[in-house]
Design a protein around this ligand. Structure first.
Ligand code: VGL
Ligand code: ZN
Length: 192
């Protein structure tokens, strides 16, 4: 089956799961419609990565109270992913394997960090591990997934969007994000 992650993952790959946190899922503070439906597909990839010894990174939005990105400070978002709150937890159905490395972002008081590469040191960490190719998915496609994919290309990685494993905050944002990613050389399967 071509959609089987076992047929795609190989040495030199890393799996990047972006912000699959309660606040981005139905019922959360910044809920993405059907956001939790990406989880079963991500879990298939997580299981394959664990079986094949492919390193797994899970990013999380982790804002201090009164963050600069919140509406109360003139930012675009309602308060979300407050540090140590239930909304900031990874969704309980997300099956992160033992050894998953967390990438914490959005902690700066003065600016947002949409990309998991933004001031986290992730690019050097991946290079240090011999990673050349990234598979990524998660939430939201038009914000943090896109920002991470584009930065991954800038840092010189081959970047693949995992099919059916990401959803946008807005449909139009999703369409624009896909176009931008494609233009930057991110590999996107036809219906992914
Ligand atoms: C995100 C909006 C605000 C995301 C984070 O993870 O895509 N979106 N903060
Ligand atoms: Zn945020």
């Amino acid at each position: 089956m071509t959609n089987d992650p076992h047929n795609h993952l190989q040495a030199g790959d890393a799996l990047l799961v972006i912000d699959v946190q309660n606040d981005f899922c139905p019922g959360g503070a910044l809920a993405i419609e059907d956001g939790d439906t990406v989880i079963p597909e991500l879990n298939r990839w997580l299981e394959a990565a664990a079986a094949l010894d492919i390193p797994v990174y899970a990013s999380r939005d982790w804002h201090p109270a009164g963050h600069a990105s919140f509406a109360e400070r003139g930012g675009p978002w309602p308060p979300h992913c407050l540090q140590d709150s239930p909304g900031a937890r990874f969704h309980a159905d997300l099956a992160l394997p033992t050894g998953t490395i967390k990438v914490t972002k959005g902690v700066r008081f003065d600016q947002d960090q949409y990309s998991a590469f933004d001031q986290t040191g992730l690019a050097d960490e991946l290079r240090h591990r011999g990673v050349t190719r990234i598979w990524l998915g998660g939430l939201a496609l038009d914000v943090c997934v896109a920002a991470t994919a584009l930065d991954g290309r800038k840092e010189g990685f081959d970047v693949h969007l995992i099919p059916y494993a990401s959803l946008p905050i807005s449909p139009q944002g999703g369409t624009e994000a896909r176009a931008k990613m494609k233009e930057a050389g991110v590999e996107i399967a036809e219906h992914g």
